[in-house]
Design a protein around this ligand. Structure first.
Ligand code: NDP
Length: 246
């Protein structure tokens, strides 16, 4: 990458988001690290970004709150001057079978995983249009592609994210802005650490590559979709899942 760029990554204090933030820093981006409350972890991500010679900015924000999303976009713009790459990665799970899923757990997952991405895109949309370039990358899930028992809320949000990705891609294609989704399978993070060894073994058995993915597997795909060489790819869903969704 020639000139420096600016990236905003939500949920960048831990897991996949941290790996994406650090990878984009290695690629030559200054990075805004958005997190929900885990300040120490966000500061550690910032330290890792700065080790790569990039600038960082950690901001606490609940992406399910439209006003907070508006405020942070302004703060990032004021600090870095632009946003070239938006990565909507923040996400949560509240798993249960539909019969026992609480309404508030359905709503919370939609508000965070789907509405959050909408608020971030809405607030950066005008700036992207004006610059006539940019990359939007939404972290969906293979649950949104295939469905998953116990994840009706999460799969609905992640499938919604895919529909939104394609719509935004169509709206912004003429301006040279791409919008793609990445659908990870089972990746080793805090989110999957809560699964029992029995569940993990069963999942691993189903994966053609017989292993869980690493956060860097996802970060490498984001790096590609955020880079110059992917400029003719938009509205796509890239599964990073060891073949699970085949
Ligand atoms: P983690 O649970 O490890 O990290 C979640 C991140 O999201 C944290 O940085 C957290 O901040 C942040 N976050 C949570 N809620 C909010 C909120 N309301 N506002 C802002 N930030 C928030 O998750 P993963 O790294 O495993 O997952 C990252 C993304 O990848 C998610 O969208 C997830 O659905 C998706 N994914 C993950 C898979 C996996 O196997 N791990 C598979 C498929 C998709 P804080 O640290 O402050 O709490």
């Amino acid at each position: 990458m020639g000139e420096r760029k600016t990236a905003l990554v939500t949920g960048a204090s831990r897991g996949i988001g941290r790996a994406i933030a650090v990878r984009l820093a290695k690629d030559g981006c200054d990075v805004a690290v958005i997190y929900a409350g885990n300040k120490e972890a966000a500061e550690e991500t910032c330290r890792m970004i700065e080790e790569n010679g990039a600038k960082s900015l950690a901001i606490c924000c609940d992406v399910s709150d439209p006003q907070q999303c508006k405020d942070i976009v302004k703060q990032v713009m004021d600090t870095f001057g632009s946003i070239d790459i938006l990565v909507n990665n923040a996400g949560i799970t509240r798993d249960a079978l539909v019969l026992s899923m609480k309404e508030e757990d359905f709503q919370k997952v939609i508000d965070t995983n789907l509405n959050g991405a909408f608020y971030m895109i809405k607030n950066t949309y005008h700036a992207f249009m004006k610059r006539r370039k940019g990359r939007i990358i939404n972290i969906s899930s293979i649950s949104g592609v295939m469905g998953n028992a116990g994840q009706a809320n999460y799969a609905a949000a992640k499938a919604g994210l895919i529909g939104m990705t394609k719509s935004v891609a169509k709206e912004l294609a003429g301006r040279g802005i791409t919008c793609n989704a990445i659908a990870p399978g089972f990746i080793q993070t805090d989110m999957t650490a809560v699964l029992s060894d029995k569940v993990k073994a069963a999942v691993q058995e189903q994966i053609p590559m017989k292993k869980m993915g690493l956060v860097d597997d996802v970060a490498a795909a984001v790096s590609f979709l955020a880079g110059e060489e992917s400029g003719y790819i938009t509205g796509q869903v890239l599964c990073i899942d060891g073949g699970l969704s085949m």
